[in-house]
Design a binder for this molecule. Structure first.
Ligand code: ATP
Ligand code: MG
Length: 466
């Protein structure tokens, strides 16, 4: 249904045409002995895709971040393929192929193997656009661009030189249009073309510059860095959902702390997440918040670098926690009961923190669930712990609570108690319950001080947060 709709749009759209022009010069051909890409790091499915396309008479290459990572000796997390076949032509060659998107029409070819299914993203070479067309906004931002072009044009419209290399697995040759390999050796991140113009076309490229610099450890070339100070404010015009995606990629890059420092150095953090302003500006009272966020990000980076998964809901829950804590305490000191004070604070934090970019609903409900679980870790009486451990998001809430212990916000003995409780058999759990009863002073939050007559009603019901 959707595919049909897209096909119809594609047929009607006067923008969709092939251009023959190649005004971008010939690429440098880099043989195997010079680029030293290890074929073992290639995805078999990506090779299958390029091979099938080539067998059908088309050109096809692995492209973009995958080639950059391969040349760095890193195993790419995903593989993109670029071809001169149109999306329709690509789709006909594969059994599990779906047309995706309107702005950039691409084909997702899915392979089902032992683990997760692998999606290879196949895009058709795209043309360069001149800035005179009605598809360019006043600021220079590109709005629509389904115009197919030559490989040279496709290379010229990519962002950084190291992201514009094409690898042919059959000949094991890299086609390098913009000196990406030389920049790689110089450890330089360089924007293709006139950097200011390229940032105007797509301000998100400024965030990408920071992300790739953090990931590769490369320096931004001075001409690539220079316009950012002036043009950073153009990020305000970028649709919130796109900004969110890019910030998420930055936080999930495995180098989030370094990337956030990079945002600060580039002056780009203002307005993205009010929280970042607060943390990075290092105001007098942000020390504790800094510690917590730093630890959370270090923890995230470590997980990602060792191939473990990280939930975006968890990550944003940690980033917004210092603000939430501040609001929660303020509500409590106004005399609100503990749990309503927490829920009210959640509303406030979410409302104020998502002014620059909307945090997507599904992450928001994860965040609320993790947060509202926190006071429940201190209720080690009756059936509460037994019930808490059964919550579907218990693990996330528990990991979050351990972070709070690690920064000293919560008594580390409570974290240890829960760690023991999870590992214990039923008899051991009963013993731990008895020991908790005898402990004193293990509940430093307002929960204890403000305990009401009927403690049961002070607790949110199971799963109420989602
Ligand atoms: P990652 O490893 O994070 O996926 P990547 O370089 O593959 O990095 P993607 O967002 O997957 O990044 O994009 C794939 C390729 O598409 C890039 O390498 C680049 O060539 C091109 N590209 C992506 N976004 C832009 C953009 N905003 N402007 C120009 N080219 C872009
Ligand atoms: Mg990629």
């Amino acid at each position: 249904m959707i595919t049909k709709f897209i096909k119809r749009i594609l047929r009607r759209d006067p923008m969709v045409k092939h251009t023959q022009a190649n005004n971008t010069g010939a690429p440098k051909r880099i043989p195997k002995k010079s680029h030293r890409i290890d074929p073992h790091l290639l995805s078999k499915n990506a090779v299958k895709v390029t091979h099938t396309l080539q067998q059908a008479g088309y050109e096809a290459f692995i492209v973009g971040g995958a080639v950059r990572d391969l040349a760095l000796g890193i195993s790419p997390k995903d593989f993109d393929v670029a071809t001169n076949a149109t999306p329709d032509q690509v789709q006909r060659l594969f059994r599990k192929a779906r047309l995706i998107g309107r702005r950039f029409q691409i084909v997702h070819v899915t392979f089902f193997g032992k683990g997760h299914p692998e999606i290879i993203e196949v895009s058709t070479f795209r043309a360069l656009l001149d800035n005179a067309g009605d598809h360019v906004a006043e600021s220079g931002r590109i709005l629509r661009d389904n115009v197919w072009g030559s490989q040279g044009e496709d290379a010229a419209r990519r962002d950084f030189t190291i992201n514009a290399m094409y690898y042919d697995p059959s000949s094991e040759t890299v086609l390098d249009y913009h000196g990406g390999m030389a920049d790689m050796q110089k450890k330089t991140l360089r924007m293709i073309g006139d950097p200011a113009k390229r940032y105007r076309e797509d301000p998100v490229r400024m965030l990408r510059a920071v992300r790739f610099a953090a990931k590769t450890g490369f320096e931004l070339d001075s001409a690539t860095r220079a316009p950012i100070a002036k043009l950073g404010k153009l990020l305000n015009d970028v649709p919130s959902a796109r900004l969110f995606d890019e910030i998420l990629k930055l936080l999930m890059s495995g180098y989030s702390w370094r990337a956030i420092q990079g945002l600060k150095e580039a002056g780009l953090h203002h307005g993205l997440l009010p929280l970042l302003d607060h943390i990075l500006d290092e105001g007098e009272d942000s020390k504790g918040a800094n510690d917590f966020v730093k630890l959370a990000l270090a923890n995230t980076d470590e997980r990602i670098q060792s191939g473990k998964s990280v939930s975006a809901g968890f990550l944003f829950a940690t980033l917004l926690w210092p603000d939430l804590l501040k609001n929660w305490k303020a509500n409590s000191s106004k005399g609100m009961a503990n749990i309503p004070a927490l829920h009210d604070a959640m509303d406030d934090t979410i409302a104020t923190q998502s002014s620059g970019m909307t945090i997507q609903r599904r992450f928001e409900s994860d965040m609320r669930e993790i947060w509202s679980m926190q006071p429940r870790f201190e209720r080690r009486v009756g059936r509460y712990p037994y019930r808490l451990i059964e919550s579907p998001r218990f693990r996330a809430g528990y990991d979050f609570m351990l972070l709070r212990c690690a920064t000293g916000e919560l008594n580390p003995a409570i974290g240890q108690w829960w760690t023991d409780f999870i590992a214990a058999d039923p008899a051991g759990q009963d013993e731990l319950m008895a020991s908790a009863k005898n402990e004193s002073g293990n509940s430093p939050t307002p929960a204890k001080r403000r305990r009401r007559r009927k403690p049961k009603s002070a607790l949110p019901p199971e799963g109420a947060a989602s």
